[in-house]
Design a protein around this ligand. Structure first.
Ligand code: PBG
Length: 333
């Protein structure tokens, strides 16, 4: 019996990609991306009183500033060294003034974290929607959100968070020129070392619903389509990213994540700034609901989606799964 000759690589059928998939060890050698906890940011909600999370969505509960610091310490121990803070104030108002109260929930939590866990990286979301009584992301004049009257309020809020010790501020209001206004405010306040993670390409998405329930920030009239982007648009995202880069953003963030993998990939290919993505509350809720219904295995689905977001080009990912994600030895499923 003549021995079967292995086809030369050049012959049809000669390429055998399965050779490099033969075992976890070999797959680990050639994996192109990984999802380490150091690449994840956990969002946390701060209020003066704790509140239970909605059923099935444990990451959407509210904590006091002190409890937030304890949680940040727990996360850091598990390798998730960065948190993104949102505040829910005791009182909402037309201009959202509680946002820049140095005694408000976010500055209190920043100080508590930095006092007990100085190595934790603290990102602070800068927006007014949790603080305004109408739930819009800026000041409302004659029924519309007034861009230029909102800018100094966002800058003041960012300076307050920087003063409390935030490492990075993350403006998410989608006002034109907000990055420039915040950069200028920070620099004037002597906070040149505080960076800006710009929610640059932020779409008007149906996937923010669970967040708005958790933060009590649903708009009381209208919607956010006059300032957040139309999900049908791609070129517009590139324009927004370019403008925020030009205004001085240190990181460009795309949001939501899974519906925007094309935008993440294009942002990565176009800019040399770090790119971030936000796997938002609705993405979290979809996966949680499917897992609770026994339709998929949560750990595998989470690793796959986070991996896809990293593969598309995100350097880091904000995700409600950050606190429960346990990577395999290769930083994958
Ligand atoms: C504040 C803000 C929102 C989210 C992040 N920052 C809500 C919104 O724009 O309505 C959404 C995050 C999520 O859904 O997890 N403007």
């Amino acid at each position: 019996m003549p021995r079967a000759r292995a086809p030369a690589p050049a012959e049809a059928g000669g390429e055998r990609p399965r050779r490099l998939r033969s075992s976890p060890a070999i797959r680990g050698l050639v994996a192109e991306t990984d999802v380490r906890p150091s690449r994840l940011v956990m969002p946390l909600f701060v209020a003066s009183h704790p509140s239970a999370a909605p059923p099935g969505l444990p990451a959407l509960g509210r904590r006091t500033a002190e409890a937030t610091a304890v949680e940040a310490g727990r996360l850091a121990k598990a390798g998730v060294r960065n948190v993104l803070l949102f505040g829910i104030p005791d009182r909402k108002s037309p201009d959202g003034r509680a946002a820049w109260d140095p005694k408000g929930p976010v500055p209190s939590a920043i100080r508590a974290i930095k006092a007990s866990h100085p190595d934790v990286g603290v990102l602070a979301d800068v927006c007014l929607c949790e603080y305004t009584d109408h739930g819009h992301c800026g000041v409302v004049v004659d029924g519309t959100v007034d861009n230029d009257r909102t800018l100094p309020l966002l800058a003041r809020t960012a300076v307050t968070y920087a003063g409390a010790g935030a490492d990075l501020v993350a403006p998410s209001a989608m006002m034109d020129h907000q990055v420039a206004a915040i950069r200028e405010g920070l620099d004037e306040a002597g906070r040149t070392g505080v960076g800006i993670v710009a929610y640059a390409a932020k779409y008007a998405s149906s996937f923010y619903g669970p967040f708005r329930d958790a933060a009590g920030s649903a708009p009381s009239f209208g919607d956010r389509r006059t300032y957040q982007m139309d999900p049908r648009n791609r070129r517009e995202a590139l324009r927004e990213l370019r403008l925020d880069a030009a205004e001085g953003a240190d990181v460009l963030l795309v949001k939501p994540a899974l519906p925007c993998l094309d935008i993440i990939a294009e942002a990565r290919a176009t800019f040399d700034l770090p790119i971030a993505a936000y796997q938002v509350s609705g993405e979290y809720a979809m996966l949680r609901a499917a897992a609770d219904a026994g339709r998929l295995r949560e750990a595998d689905a989470v690793a796959e989606t986070l991996g896809a977001i990293r593969r598309a080009g995100a350097d880091f990912v904000v995700s409600y799964f950050a606190g429960s994600y346990v990577p395999g030895p290769d930083g994958g499923p």
